[in-house]
Design a protein around this ligand. Structure first.
Ligand code: PBG
Ligand code: ZN
Length: 325
Protein backbone atom coordinates (compact mmCIF):
# COMPACT_ATOMS: atom_id res chain seq x y z
CA UNK A 1 0.00 0.00 0.00
CA UNK A 2 2.61 2.52 1.13
CA UNK A 3 4.66 2.19 -2.05
CA UNK A 4 1.68 2.28 -4.39
CA UNK A 5 1.22 6.00 -4.09
CA UNK A 6 3.21 9.04 -3.08
CA UNK A 7 2.08 11.38 -0.35
CA UNK A 8 2.14 15.05 -1.30
CA UNK A 9 -0.27 16.35 1.27
CA UNK A 10 2.40 16.50 4.00
CA UNK A 11 4.12 19.15 1.86
CA UNK A 12 1.01 21.33 2.14
CA UNK A 13 -0.19 20.66 5.64
CA UNK A 14 0.57 24.06 7.16
CA UNK A 15 1.33 27.57 5.95
CA UNK A 16 4.88 27.16 7.17
CA UNK A 17 5.34 23.96 5.15
CA UNK A 18 3.78 25.53 2.07
CA UNK A 19 6.14 28.49 2.38
CA UNK A 20 9.14 26.23 2.82
CA UNK A 21 8.23 24.02 -0.12
CA UNK A 22 7.48 26.83 -2.54
CA UNK A 23 10.10 26.68 -5.31
CA UNK A 24 8.93 29.80 -7.13
CA UNK A 25 10.09 33.00 -5.45
CA UNK A 26 8.87 36.49 -6.07
CA UNK A 27 10.00 39.65 -4.30
CA UNK A 28 9.28 43.38 -4.59
CA UNK A 29 12.70 43.81 -6.22
CA UNK A 30 11.47 41.73 -9.18
CA UNK A 31 8.66 44.18 -9.90
CA UNK A 32 8.72 47.29 -12.09
CA UNK A 33 6.12 50.04 -11.63
CA UNK A 34 4.99 51.99 -14.71
CA UNK A 35 4.41 55.72 -14.06
CA UNK A 36 2.78 58.36 -16.29
CA UNK A 37 4.26 61.84 -16.18
CA UNK A 38 2.53 65.04 -17.32
CA UNK A 39 3.43 68.74 -17.36
CA UNK A 40 2.41 70.98 -14.47
CA UNK A 41 2.74 71.13 -10.72
CA UNK A 42 0.78 69.35 -8.03
CA UNK A 43 -1.03 67.21 -10.60
CA UNK A 44 -2.27 63.80 -9.43
CA UNK A 45 -5.15 63.01 -11.75
CA UNK A 46 -6.64 59.49 -11.54
CA UNK A 47 -6.77 57.76 -14.94
CA UNK A 48 -10.33 56.52 -15.48
CA UNK A 49 -9.31 53.57 -17.68
CA UNK A 50 -6.63 52.34 -15.26
CA UNK A 51 -7.94 52.08 -11.73
CA UNK A 52 -5.43 53.11 -9.09
CA UNK A 53 -3.09 54.80 -11.59
CA UNK A 54 -2.66 58.56 -12.00
CA UNK A 55 -1.21 61.15 -14.32
CA UNK A 56 1.49 62.78 -12.22
CA UNK A 57 3.42 66.02 -12.61
CA UNK A 58 7.12 65.69 -11.85
CA UNK A 59 6.84 66.79 -8.21
CA UNK A 60 4.13 64.17 -7.54
CA UNK A 61 5.99 61.59 -9.58
CA UNK A 62 8.91 61.87 -7.16
CA UNK A 63 6.52 61.23 -4.26
CA UNK A 64 4.99 58.19 -5.98
CA UNK A 65 8.41 56.77 -6.80
CA UNK A 66 9.44 57.24 -3.18
CA UNK A 67 6.39 55.33 -1.96
CA UNK A 68 7.24 52.55 -4.40
CA UNK A 69 10.89 52.45 -3.40
CA UNK A 70 10.03 52.42 0.29
CA UNK A 71 7.73 49.44 -0.32
CA UNK A 72 10.65 47.60 -1.94
CA UNK A 73 9.78 48.30 -5.59
CA UNK A 74 13.07 49.84 -6.67
CA UNK A 75 12.42 50.03 -10.43
CA UNK A 76 10.09 52.38 -12.27
CA UNK A 77 9.29 52.66 -15.98
CA UNK A 78 8.38 56.17 -17.15
CA UNK A 79 5.89 57.11 -19.84
CA UNK A 80 5.54 60.71 -20.96
CA UNK A 81 2.05 62.01 -21.66
CA UNK A 82 2.49 65.26 -23.58
CA UNK A 83 -0.24 67.84 -24.03
CA UNK A 84 -2.24 67.58 -27.26
CA UNK A 85 -0.62 70.78 -28.52
CA UNK A 86 2.79 69.08 -28.26
CA UNK A 87 1.96 66.32 -30.76
CA UNK A 88 3.69 66.63 -34.11
CA UNK A 89 4.15 64.41 -37.19
CA UNK A 90 7.87 64.06 -36.39
CA UNK A 91 7.43 63.68 -32.60
CA UNK A 92 9.63 66.69 -31.88
CA UNK A 93 8.62 66.95 -28.22
CA UNK A 94 10.03 63.46 -27.65
CA UNK A 95 13.57 64.36 -28.67
CA UNK A 96 14.14 67.87 -27.34
CA UNK A 97 16.75 68.15 -24.62
CA UNK A 98 14.24 69.43 -22.09
CA UNK A 99 11.76 66.68 -22.99
CA UNK A 100 9.22 65.99 -20.24
CA UNK A 101 10.53 62.49 -19.54
CA UNK A 102 14.15 63.68 -19.45
CA UNK A 103 13.29 66.35 -16.88
CA UNK A 104 11.43 63.71 -14.88
CA UNK A 105 14.41 61.36 -14.98
CA UNK A 106 16.81 64.07 -13.81
CA UNK A 107 14.53 64.97 -10.92
CA UNK A 108 14.04 61.34 -9.84
CA UNK A 109 17.77 60.63 -9.96
CA UNK A 110 18.57 63.84 -8.05
CA UNK A 111 15.95 63.42 -5.37
CA UNK A 112 15.86 59.67 -4.71
CA UNK A 113 18.64 57.18 -4.10
CA UNK A 114 18.29 53.47 -4.69
CA UNK A 115 15.88 53.86 -7.58
CA UNK A 116 16.43 52.32 -11.02
CA UNK A 117 14.83 54.58 -13.60
CA UNK A 118 13.72 53.06 -16.88
CA UNK A 119 12.10 54.99 -19.72
CA UNK A 120 9.80 53.89 -22.51
CA UNK A 121 11.18 54.94 -25.88
CA UNK A 122 8.46 55.23 -28.50
CA UNK A 123 6.85 58.06 -30.41
CA UNK A 124 3.16 57.07 -30.36
CA UNK A 125 2.26 59.51 -27.57
CA UNK A 126 4.15 62.30 -29.37
CA UNK A 127 2.91 61.92 -32.94
CA UNK A 128 -0.34 63.52 -34.04
CA UNK A 129 -1.23 60.26 -35.85
CA UNK A 130 -0.51 58.01 -32.85
CA UNK A 131 1.68 55.47 -34.63
CA UNK A 132 4.90 54.15 -33.13
CA UNK A 133 6.95 55.40 -36.07
CA UNK A 134 7.07 58.29 -38.52
CA UNK A 135 4.73 57.99 -41.48
CA UNK A 136 5.48 58.06 -45.16
CA UNK A 137 2.03 58.34 -46.68
CA UNK A 138 -0.04 55.92 -44.64
CA UNK A 139 2.92 53.59 -44.00
CA UNK A 140 5.11 53.51 -40.92
CA UNK A 141 8.65 54.13 -42.18
CA UNK A 142 10.98 51.85 -40.21
CA UNK A 143 14.36 53.31 -41.06
CA UNK A 144 13.26 56.95 -40.85
CA UNK A 145 12.06 56.26 -37.29
CA UNK A 146 15.36 54.85 -36.01
CA UNK A 147 17.22 58.17 -35.58
CA UNK A 148 14.23 59.61 -33.72
CA UNK A 149 14.17 56.68 -31.29
CA UNK A 150 17.95 56.98 -30.88
CA UNK A 151 17.71 60.72 -30.15
CA UNK A 152 14.89 60.14 -27.66
CA UNK A 153 16.88 57.44 -25.87
CA UNK A 154 19.98 59.65 -25.81
CA UNK A 155 17.99 62.48 -24.24
CA UNK A 156 16.76 60.15 -21.48
CA UNK A 157 20.24 58.71 -20.98
CA UNK A 158 21.83 62.17 -20.70
CA UNK A 159 19.31 62.94 -17.96
CA UNK A 160 20.51 59.84 -16.10
CA UNK A 161 18.16 57.03 -17.10
CA UNK A 162 19.48 53.63 -16.03
CA UNK A 163 17.62 51.80 -18.79
CA UNK A 164 16.02 52.97 -22.00
CA UNK A 165 13.33 50.64 -23.32
CA UNK A 166 12.38 50.92 -26.99
CA UNK A 167 8.80 49.72 -27.50
CA UNK A 168 8.15 50.79 -31.09
CA UNK A 169 8.88 47.38 -32.65
CA UNK A 170 10.93 48.99 -35.41
CA UNK A 171 13.55 46.60 -36.79
CA UNK A 172 17.03 47.66 -35.70
CA UNK A 173 15.83 49.92 -32.90
CA UNK A 174 18.14 48.40 -30.28
CA UNK A 175 21.18 48.72 -32.55
CA UNK A 176 20.36 52.31 -33.49
CA UNK A 177 20.06 53.24 -29.81
CA UNK A 178 23.21 51.33 -28.79
CA UNK A 179 25.28 53.08 -31.44
CA UNK A 180 23.95 56.49 -30.46
CA UNK A 181 24.63 55.88 -26.76
CA UNK A 182 28.16 54.77 -27.53
CA UNK A 183 28.81 57.83 -29.72
CA UNK A 184 27.79 60.05 -26.84
CA UNK A 185 29.60 57.95 -24.21
CA UNK A 186 26.36 57.36 -22.33
CA UNK A 187 26.06 54.41 -19.99
CA UNK A 188 22.35 53.64 -20.02
CA UNK A 189 21.44 50.01 -20.58
CA UNK A 190 18.89 48.96 -23.17
CA UNK A 191 15.84 46.82 -22.44
CA UNK A 192 14.15 45.82 -25.69
CA UNK A 193 10.43 45.25 -25.88
CA UNK A 194 11.59 42.32 -27.96
CA UNK A 195 8.60 40.04 -28.48
CA UNK A 196 5.73 42.50 -28.39
CA UNK A 197 2.47 41.28 -29.83
CA UNK A 198 -0.29 43.33 -31.46
CA UNK A 199 -2.75 42.87 -28.61
CA UNK A 200 -6.19 44.03 -27.54
CA UNK A 201 -4.81 44.23 -24.00
CA UNK A 202 -3.26 47.71 -24.50
CA UNK A 203 -6.56 49.59 -24.61
CA UNK A 204 -6.51 51.15 -21.11
CA UNK A 205 -2.88 52.20 -21.60
CA UNK A 206 -3.65 53.94 -24.87
CA UNK A 207 -6.39 55.93 -23.15
CA UNK A 208 -3.92 56.81 -20.39
CA UNK A 209 -1.10 57.78 -22.73
CA UNK A 210 -3.29 59.31 -25.44
CA UNK A 211 -1.43 57.08 -27.88
CA UNK A 212 -4.12 55.25 -29.85
CA UNK A 213 -3.40 55.26 -33.60
CA UNK A 214 -5.60 57.71 -35.50
CA UNK A 215 -5.96 55.35 -38.43
CA UNK A 216 -5.37 51.62 -38.85
CA UNK A 217 -3.70 49.44 -36.25
CA UNK A 218 -0.21 48.36 -35.19
CA UNK A 219 -0.21 44.97 -36.94
CA UNK A 220 2.46 45.93 -39.48
CA UNK A 221 5.02 46.34 -36.72
CA UNK A 222 3.83 44.47 -33.61
CA UNK A 223 3.77 40.67 -33.76
CA UNK A 224 0.89 38.50 -34.93
CA UNK A 225 -0.33 36.30 -32.08
CA UNK A 226 -0.35 33.31 -34.39
CA UNK A 227 3.45 33.36 -34.41
CA UNK A 228 5.74 31.61 -31.97
CA UNK A 229 9.12 31.12 -33.65
CA UNK A 230 9.32 34.79 -34.69
CA UNK A 231 9.16 35.74 -31.01
CA UNK A 232 12.33 33.81 -30.23
CA UNK A 233 14.02 35.35 -33.28
CA UNK A 234 12.96 38.85 -32.24
CA UNK A 235 14.61 38.27 -28.85
CA UNK A 236 17.73 36.79 -30.47
CA UNK A 237 18.00 39.82 -32.77
CA UNK A 238 17.71 42.25 -29.85
CA UNK A 239 20.45 40.41 -27.95
CA UNK A 240 22.69 40.39 -31.03
CA UNK A 241 22.07 44.13 -31.37
CA UNK A 242 23.30 44.57 -27.81
CA UNK A 243 20.20 44.56 -25.61
CA UNK A 244 20.99 44.19 -21.90
CA UNK A 245 17.50 42.92 -21.11
CA UNK A 246 14.63 41.61 -23.22
CA UNK A 247 10.86 41.41 -22.86
CA UNK A 248 7.76 39.42 -23.70
CA UNK A 249 4.56 41.47 -23.89
CA UNK A 250 1.76 40.92 -22.96
CA UNK A 251 2.45 38.37 -20.22
CA UNK A 252 -0.54 36.30 -19.13
CA UNK A 253 -1.79 35.21 -22.55
CA UNK A 254 1.84 34.63 -23.60
CA UNK A 255 3.22 32.52 -20.74
CA UNK A 256 4.40 29.95 -23.28
CA UNK A 257 6.53 32.65 -24.93
CA UNK A 258 8.04 33.64 -21.59
CA UNK A 259 9.02 30.02 -20.96
CA UNK A 260 10.34 29.57 -24.49
CA UNK A 261 12.44 32.73 -24.40
CA UNK A 262 13.84 31.91 -20.95
CA UNK A 263 14.81 28.43 -22.15
CA UNK A 264 16.49 29.79 -25.28
CA UNK A 265 18.37 32.63 -23.55
CA UNK A 266 18.70 31.72 -19.87
CA UNK A 267 21.39 34.33 -19.19
CA UNK A 268 19.45 37.33 -20.49
CA UNK A 269 17.37 39.26 -17.95
CA UNK A 270 13.80 38.72 -19.08
CA UNK A 271 10.98 41.14 -18.32
CA UNK A 272 7.32 40.37 -18.87
CA UNK A 273 4.77 43.15 -19.19
CA UNK A 274 1.57 42.58 -17.22
CA UNK A 275 -0.22 45.03 -19.48
CA UNK A 276 -2.99 47.48 -18.74
CA UNK A 277 -5.67 45.08 -20.04
CA UNK A 278 -4.38 42.19 -17.95
CA UNK A 279 -4.22 44.37 -14.87
CA UNK A 280 -7.77 45.64 -15.46
CA UNK A 281 -9.00 42.07 -15.94
CA UNK A 282 -7.87 41.43 -12.37
CA UNK A 283 -9.44 44.68 -11.15
CA UNK A 284 -12.76 43.96 -12.88
CA UNK A 285 -12.72 40.35 -11.69
CA UNK A 286 -12.39 41.60 -8.14
CA UNK A 287 -14.95 44.38 -8.62
CA UNK A 288 -17.45 41.78 -9.85
CA UNK A 289 -16.90 39.50 -6.89
CA UNK A 290 -15.06 36.80 -8.82
CA UNK A 291 -12.13 36.84 -6.39
CA UNK A 292 -10.35 39.06 -3.91
CA UNK A 293 -8.14 41.64 -5.66
CA UNK A 294 -4.91 40.72 -3.91
CA UNK A 295 -5.50 36.99 -4.36
CA UNK A 296 -6.21 37.40 -8.06
CA UNK A 297 -3.24 39.69 -8.57
CA UNK A 298 -0.79 37.42 -6.75
CA UNK A 299 -1.88 34.26 -8.58
CA UNK A 300 -1.48 36.14 -11.86
CA UNK A 301 1.97 37.51 -11.01
CA UNK A 302 3.23 34.15 -9.74
CA UNK A 303 2.08 32.53 -12.99
CA UNK A 304 4.24 35.00 -14.91
CA UNK A 305 7.16 34.35 -12.59
CA UNK A 306 6.69 30.57 -12.79
CA UNK A 307 6.84 30.77 -16.58
CA UNK A 308 10.33 32.27 -16.27
CA UNK A 309 10.17 36.06 -16.05
CA UNK A 310 12.94 37.71 -14.03
CA UNK A 311 11.13 41.04 -13.86
CA UNK A 312 7.41 41.78 -14.02
CA UNK A 313 6.19 45.19 -15.11
CA UNK A 314 2.84 45.71 -13.39
CA UNK A 315 0.51 48.51 -12.34
CA UNK A 316 -0.10 46.41 -9.23
CA UNK A 317 3.55 46.50 -8.14
CA UNK A 318 3.08 48.46 -4.92
CA UNK A 319 -0.01 46.44 -3.90
CA UNK A 320 1.85 43.22 -4.62
CA UNK A 321 4.89 44.40 -2.68
CA UNK A 322 2.71 44.90 0.40
CA UNK A 323 1.67 41.24 0.18
CA UNK A 324 5.20 40.02 -0.51
CA UNK A 325 6.85 41.75 2.43
C1 PBG B 1 3.98 52.26 -26.56
C2 PBG B 1 3.57 51.28 -25.52
C3 PBG B 1 2.35 50.61 -25.37
C4 PBG B 1 2.44 49.91 -24.18
C5 PBG B 1 3.72 50.12 -23.66
N1 PBG B 1 4.41 50.96 -24.51
C6 PBG B 1 1.12 50.67 -26.17
C7 PBG B 1 1.10 50.19 -27.56
O1 PBG B 1 2.04 49.59 -28.08
O2 PBG B 1 0.07 50.49 -28.20
C8 PBG B 1 1.34 49.08 -23.59
C9 PBG B 1 1.35 48.98 -22.10
C10 PBG B 1 0.10 48.50 -21.47
O3 PBG B 1 -0.90 48.13 -22.10
O4 PBG B 1 0.10 48.49 -20.23
N2 PBG B 1 4.45 51.73 -27.73
ZN1 ZN C 1 4.38 53.16 -29.46
Amino acid sequence: MADLFRRFRPLRATQELRDRNADVRLGPEDLILPLFVVEGKGVDEPISSLKGVSHLSIDRLVEAAKVARDSGVTKVLLFGVPEASQKHPQAQAAVSDDALVSRAVAELKNRLSGLTVMTDVCVCAYTDHGHCGLLRGQMVDNDATLPVLAAMAASHARAGADYVAPSAMMDGQVLAIRERLEQEHLHAKVMGYSAKYASKLYGPFRDAAGSAPGHGDRKSYQMDYRTRLQGVEEVRADLEEGADAVMVKPATFYLDMIERVKAAFPEAPLAAYHTSGEYMMVVHGADHGLFDYQDGLMENLYAIRRAGADWIITYGAVEAAKVLR
